[in-house]
Design a protein around this ligand. Structure first.
Ligand SMILES: *[C@@H]1O[C@H](CO)[C@@H](O)[C@H](O)[C@H]1NC(C)=O
Ligand SMILES: *[C@@H]1O[C@H](CO)[C@@H](O)[C@H](O)[C@H]1NC(C)=O
Ligand SMILES: *[C@@H]1O[C@H](CO)[C@@H](O)[C@H](O)[C@H]1NC(C)=O
Length: 263
């Protein structure tokens, strides 16, 4: 319920109904007044809304999200789908949820100050552990940028909509075809734009936003969570009240920015 309400509010934010910053000074853009937390003024004449703390830009009389489109001679065009390895950042509305690096640890992808980024490497069989930079890097199509035998895969878990990745097989594993839970869902229903949005397609629509939901330790009270896991906005998840909504943006990086293994 909370998420649906927040979305409705966002849809209305183009009016001056909501001013997220208390006592924020209005500024002038030509004749128009605006709140700089909600709009960007271009050339003192065009106002474009800020969505999930990401500015949109003017193009041919409208505004576009540069994470999804490019503007060529006044025409808005789709960005190409990602072909490069990429890292991800989550951008929500609140200041504390802006540009958060998405980190892999324990088969979950999470954000927040307490989210850990886990990686490992066992030097054997010619593996040069020093050649990995150990960032959380994903590949288009569903693999993690890891080099373990059998590979690791990222996926949206169909039962709960959580963004996860698969375990790594042991380096001496002989059954590389072994069924790794989650592997069969690798990259499914997710479309990634090159240096742009990471989107998820539900049965009825493509969503351009995700949810970061607080993880509370077993037996802990709310607020003692270690991190915010990433959830796809399934109808069930949208009923949750303990989540931040935001966009996830991919940034192209070198494959070697990844790790040997994401434990
Ligand atoms: C990445 O992790 C491996 C294994 O822990 C380590 O050997 C390597 O030096 C790390 N790379 C960097 C750039 O820190
Ligand atoms: C792989 O190595 C682990 C730990 O060294 C060992 O317990 C396991 O039996 C090995 N598996 C195979 C298939 O050799
Ligand atoms: C693994 O899969 C490949 C291709 O699907 C197949 O040719 C091979 O026989 C399989 N190996 C094992 C050990 O199952």
């Amino acid at each position: 319920m909370a998420i649906k309400r927040a979305l409705a509010v966002l849809a209305l934010a183009s009016s001056l109904l909501v001013s997220p910053v208390l006592a924020e000074e209005q500024e002038k853009c030509g004749q128009a007044s605006y709140y700089p937390s909600e709009y960007t003024c271009y050339d003192d004449k065009t106002l474009c809304p800020i969505q999930f703390s990401l500015p949109t830009k003017p193009c041919g009389g409208g505004c576009y999200s540069p994470e999804q489109y490019s503007c060529e001679d006044g025409t808005i065009k789709d960005l190409p789908e990602a072909t490069s390895p990429f890292t991800l950042t989550f951008s929500g509305v609140r200041k504390t949820f802006r540009n958060l690096h998405v980190k892999a640890c324990g088969r979950y992808l999470a954000v927040g100050a307490n989210a850990r980024e886990c990686y490992s490497c066992a030097a054997s069989g010619g593996t040069n552990c020093g050649s990995y930079q150990n960032s959380t890097v994903l590949l288009p199509g569903g693999q993690m940028a890891s080099d373990v035998p059998g590979h690791q895969f990222w996926y949206v878990n169909p039962t709960d909509g959580i963004l996860r990745y698969t375990e790594a097989l042991a380096s001496n594993a002989t059954t590389w075809n072994a069924t790794i839970p989650g592997k069969e869902f690798a990259g499914q229903n997710v479309k990634v734009y090159e240096n742009g949005l990471f989107t998820w397609t539900r049965e009825d629509a493509t969503t351009h936003w995700w949810m970061a939901c607080l993880v509370t330790l077993p037996g802990g009270t709310v607020g003692t969570g270690r991190s915010w896991r990433i959830y796809a906005p399934t109808y069930v998840n949208m009923e949750r009240g303990d989540c931040e909504i935001g966009r996830i943006v991919a940034k192209a990086v070198d494959r070697k920015a990844g790790a040997y293994k994401y434990p």
